[in-house]
Design a protein around this ligand. Structure first.
Ligand SMILES: O=C(O)c1cc(C(=O)O)c2c(n1)C(=O)C(=O)c1cc(C(=O)O)[nH]c1-2
Length: 237
């Protein structure tokens, strides 16, 4: 029996292990594959947009929960930007209107009114439970673990790029302006990941901690995956 403590990975190896979890990203979910291949009907796209809105609403709330657990001013100064990215600042028609406003414009571009979107009446229980699980994790976990859970954003630029490349071809009825949310997230996700990785690589240093980080990332991948399971079932025409 080998009782020796397993050796920790180097930062490079650990980051590679984190990135390898991308195999479980919802980019590979059958609903996402169908959506980006142009096989969804307008009602399905509206249903996806309406359900995903609940995730959009939860993101700045979970970021506020993480920030509340950060004792260090320097960490909060960086983190507060994530809240502003989604909630926006200043005028709702200005360039700093924020991600929730941009998602609302996406909704309008696919044929959902602002009022219908904001009523949350299309949000199904499975999506609510998945998003709430993310929010509750962020409230309760040590802040470095909650930061680690945001690292699914490593894989997000590709999913946004896929939508920008394929939607105009397959869904020309959606006004191109409506896709601005996806465009805006590409640089923001990369910036978030740079910070999130810095925290994760310096906090999870033993072999056991590194395994814990992988578990956290898989938990978050499962949240995204189960959202699409629920959406796929609810949005079937
Ligand atoms: O469209 C997507 O597939 C997708 C996925 C994710 C993600 O990987 O969690 C995020 C986003 N978009 C996104 O737009 C976003 O702002 C975002 C923030 C976070 C996070 O965990 O803090 N994830 C994501």
């Amino acid at each position: 029996m080998n009782l020796a403590t397993p050796e920790a990975w180097s930062a490079v190896q650990f980051e590679a292990q984190l990135r390898a979890q991308g195999a479980g990203y919802h980019i590979h979910h059958p609903f996402n594959v169908r959506l980006n291949a142009g096989h969804c009907r307008p009602e399905e796209i509206r249903c996806w947009v309406a359900n995903r809105f609940y995730y959009q609403l939860c993101i700045p709330r979970k970021d506020a929960a993480i920030m509340a657990n950060m004792p260090d001013r320097e960490d909060r100064r960086l983190w507060v930007q994530r809240i502003l990215d989604h909630d926006g600042s200043g005028d709702y028609s200005g360039s700093e209107a924020g991600g929730i406003e941009a998602w609302t414009r996406l909704a309008e571009a696919v044929g959902l009114s602002r009022q219908e979107l904001q009523s949350l009446r299309h949000v199904v229980p499975g999506v609510r439970f998945a998003c709430d699980a993310y929010l509750n994790f962020a409230r309760q976990a040590p802040w470095q673990e909650a930061v680690c859970s945001s690292l699914t954003e490593m894989f997000a630029p590709q999913i946004h790029k896929d939508r920008l490349a394929s939607w105009p071809l397959h869904y020309p009825w959606i006004e191109a302006e409506g896709l601005q949310y996806f465009r805006s997230r590409i640089p923001l996700a990369s910036r978030d990941v740079e910070h999130g990785l810095r925290v994760t690589l310096t906090h999870f240093t033993t072999a056991a901690q590194q395994q814990r980080a992988l578990e956290i990332l898989r938990f978050k991948l499962d949240i995204l995956w189960s959202m699409l399971d629920a959406i796929e079932k609810a949005c079937r025409p």
